[in-house]
Write a new protein. Structure first.
Length: 156
């Protein structure tokens, strides 16, 4: 599979995930540090703040790794989707097996102009989704995959 050209999500996906992390991690760390500092002593509050900062940094690193793990590649007869940090997964979705394709975007994704392409097949366990694409790219990919799916399904 060395001839496969992998495409990655938009950098906007990383910025959106980082924003969510900062909106949750920083206030949580501050509240815990203040509560521990008031209930105990100032050094305990400082230690709690340090632990919270390290935890936020570790979660940020894991989010970065998860962002970098996503990718997709279009081949002649199927679509490849890779993901996973510790357990790497590679899904192969034949174009002829696609039933429909969703393009979704939550509030933070819309703020960054992002969307997720979700592929649905007859198999109930299919988890073929490509997150973090630019909205226009997601719509083009949806239309392209739908056309390929129709062309391949007519031969079944």
């Amino acid at each position: 599979m060395s001839d496969v050209v992998w495409r990655s999500p938009s950098t906007g996906m990383w910025r959106a995930r980082r924003l969510v992390l900062l909106l949750i991690g920083v206030p949580t760390t501050a509240v815990v540090a203040i509560v521990v500092g008031v209930a105990g002593a100032a050094p305990a509050g400082a230690a709690a703040a340090a632990v919270g900062a390290v935890a936020t940094a570790v979660v940020g690193w894991l989010l970065w790794r998860r962002y970098r793990a996503w990718g997709y590649a279009e081949r002649a007869d199927d679509l490849l989707i890779r993901r996973g940090i510790m357990v790497r997964r590679l899904s192969v979705v034949p174009y002829g097996r696609m039933q429909f394709i969703d393009v979704t975007a939550g509030p933070i994704d819309r703020m960054y102009g992002l969307a997720t392409v979700q592929l649905h097949t007859a198999a109930a366990a299919t988890d073929a989704r490509i997150p973090g694409l630019d909205r226009a790219d997601a719509e083009l990919l949806r239309d392209h995959l739908a056309a390929l799916g129709e062309a391949r399904a007519t031969g079944l």
